[in-house]
Design a binder for this molecule. Sequence first.
Ligand SMILES: [Zn+2]
Ligand SMILES: [Zn+2]
Length: 252
Amino acid sequence: MLRVHALSCGSLEFDRSLFFPADAPGVRMLIPVSSYLIAHPKGKLLFDTGMHCDALTDPVARLGKRIASVFNLRSHRGEDIVSQLAALGLRPDDIRYVVNSHFHFDHCGCNGSFPRAQFLVQRAELTAARAEPKRYDMKDWDLPLEYRGIDGEHDVFGDGSAVLLPTPGHTPGHQSVWIRAGERQFVLTGDACYTREHLEKAILPTNTYDAAQMTASMDKLRLLRDRQGATLLYGHDPEQWNALPRGESPLI
Ligand SMILES: [Zn+2]
Ligand SMILES: [Zn+2]
């Protein structure tokens, strides 16, 4: 029996034109930062680890001047992955696998809290992070952790219930997760698609590594929705997030 929980890892506020380049600068928007727990009989999988707690108390020290000047953290107490798991009665050591969609600060900031998990990351993302350390923050990911490089699709539990899907473009080795539990299907898109509006209008955000790759990844997500009947759970969609069951109330 599969259970999936959406976990709140805080919020970020910034200029809307970062997400929607056609918009004039000057309008702020607030987005959720999320993590998902997939509880499978063979082990628990966490999709992304959110932001590091120090990013809230000392953003310049943790995130660096540039990122701290663009993003304002609007997180509340308890909106970090370790607290969110604790509210479900879980400790970090209960997590068998951590899947990082990619190595941006709002997706792998608490990787260091999971020293006993195996990290499943696309090899292309590991290679990019090692080759161009300035693209990412080494404090988040470059830790004595067990990283396993994945090449392409990967069926984590061997029964099709959680399949990693490469969705590059936002970063070189971005990946999403396709969850199947009987009739219910979800795709955790990560930053391959920030919001429903991006998908509907085929909008690429300002921060795009490879536009052609990102367009192809969004097309792939759209097909999963339209042909397979999967519900897409977007990376940072405030409207969708506010309507989702979260924390103790499982999605499935
Ligand atoms: Zn990102
Ligand atoms: Zn993100």
